[in-house]
Design a protein around this ligand. Structure first.
Ligand SMILES: Nc1ncnc2c1ncn2[C@@H]1O[C@H](COP(=O)(O)OP(=O)(O)O)[C@@H](O)[C@H]1O
Ligand SMILES: [Mg+2]
Length: 259
């Protein structure tokens, strides 16, 4: 396996009763690339993440991360190995402050889980790390606010902060801009670009907004009915007739003219 191949997925499938949510997907991901995963609702994108992150057990599979077979490992082990994900639905603790949300993730990564119960007993290195991360993501102004009361867009940015607090190498973002205003979407795009330029991260991003996809992606995986329809460069995907067919409807125009 090439040194730069960070993730290797072979024949990955997941059935829910009669539904083949993910069906025979093969995918090689290069370290430090940004790969967008697109496809209509129900195409299997979220299920694919659930399988990669160990949240769901595949029906058939083989998943190698950095050359290691991670198939069937529990989610917390996969997270510790360096794959971390955001959720399509917000997944932060609304009663805690923004900084405490990040501290929980930092603490969990450091394997100091028992201190969760008592965040009030200040753990200075954890706080410093949380502050540094929030500052890096330009979210310091939200640090002391209760996560439940900040705007929807800010919640989703905080969720990305929580993901990064686990220090992943492979970041799975599930529709990170869904429901965001254009300004908030721009913030996410800038954030992913900036992080990507550091060379520290590999991104998988599912996304419905074609402008975001074409702005960020090095390659695009188009899923349809759980299968790979196309896996190619943005230019090739944009020109692909079947992709247009799969996207008939509101995104078709955007596919044609992503500017
Ligand atoms: N937990 C589940 N139980 C049963 N069916 C599911 C479950 N999760 C997803 N599915 C089904 O799997 C298919 C793929 O869904 P999903 O992965 O959420 O697609 P996407 O994220 O691309 O919209 C859909 O038909 C969906 O109804
Ligand atoms: Mg989904």
């Amino acid at each position: 396996m090439s040194k730069d191949l960070i993730l290797q997925v072979q024949n990955l499938s997941k059935r829910f009763g009669g539904v083949a949510a993910v069906s025979g997907v093969n995918l090689d991901v290069q370290a430090r690339e940004t790969l967008a995963i697109i496809g209509p609702n129900g195409a299997g994108k979220t299920t694919f993440y659930n399988l990669l992150s160990g949240r769901m057990a595949p029906t058939t599979w083989q998943i190698h991360f950095e050359g290691r077979d991670i198939t069937g490992l529990p989610a917390h082990t996969i997270s510790r190995l360096g794959i971390s994900r955001s959720f399509q639905i917000n997944n932060i603790f609304t009663e805690m402050t923004v900084r405490e949300n990040v501290e929980v993730a930092v603490t969990a990564r450091r394997g100091e889980g028992r201190r969760w119960a008592n965040l009030a007993s200040a753990n200075v290195p954890v706080q410093q790390e949380a502050d540094a991360l929030l500052s890096r993501l330009s979210l310091s102004h939200l640090s002391g606010r209760r996560a439940g009361v900040i705007s929807y867009g800010d919640k989703r940015l905080v969720e990305i902060a929580v993901v990064l607090a686990t220090r992943p190498e492979l970041v799975l973002l599930d529709e990170p801009t869904a429901g965001m205003t254009p300004d908030e979407t721009g913030q996410v795009v800038d954030l992913v670009k900036t992080l990507s330029q550091t060379g520290d991260y590999t991104f998988l991003i599912t996304e419905h907004d074609m402008r975001v996809v074409f702005d960020l992606a090095d390659r695009i995986l188009v899923m349809h009915h759980g299968q790979t329809l196309v896996l190619d460069s943005p230019e090739a995907v944009r020109a692909h007739p079947e992709v247009r067919r799969a996207y008939l409807g509101d995104t078709d125009a955007e596919l044609r003219d992503p500017s």
